[in-house]
Design a protein. Structure first.
Length: 138
């Protein structure tokens, strides 16, 4: 942002009689600074420091607001993942138990029992995944 009052604004910082660095690449460039008293120069320096501090505070506040938003998004993502994980545990445990039972060589299952295990696997595999077919018996 450029602003000027009084004599023409310096075309570049090097053309200024007095250049006070602010933050974020900003600077206060003055012409006619040779007419300023020592007290006026100290006041301008204090203004420049205060301005730089205010700019830094604004940047820090923006960063803090961004961090809060990111933390909230992360909290929601974690909650959703926990909910999905919880919702998947029971069906997966049922599927694993049924599959392990069918594959076990320690027990001889009846065809009806195997059919029941296969139906459990099919049912717990998801409501949109039902084939409607009866599994082949062994």
């Amino acid at each position: 942002m450029e602003a000027a009052t009084g004599s023409a604004m310096p075309g570049c910082p090097g053309a200024a009689d007095l250049l006070l660095e602010l933050s974020g690449g900003s600077a206060l460039a003055l012409r006619g600074a040779e007419h300023l008293s020592a007290d006026e120069r100290r006041l301008l320096n204090a203004f420049a420091r205060s301005s730089a501090f205010a700019q830094q505070q604004l940047l820090l506040q923006a960063d803090a607001a961004s961090a809060v938003s990111l933390a909230e998004a992360n909290r929601l993502r974690t909650a959703m993942l926990a909910a999905v994980s919880h919702d998947l545990r029971t069906p997966l445990a049922s599927i694993k138990a049924a599959a392990t039972s069918v594959l076990s060589t320690e027990v001889t299952w009846t065809p009806e029992a195997i059919q029941g295990f296969c139906e459990t696997i099919d049912l717990e595999g998801g409501p949109t995944q039902h084939s409607g077919r009866k599994p082949a018996s062994t």
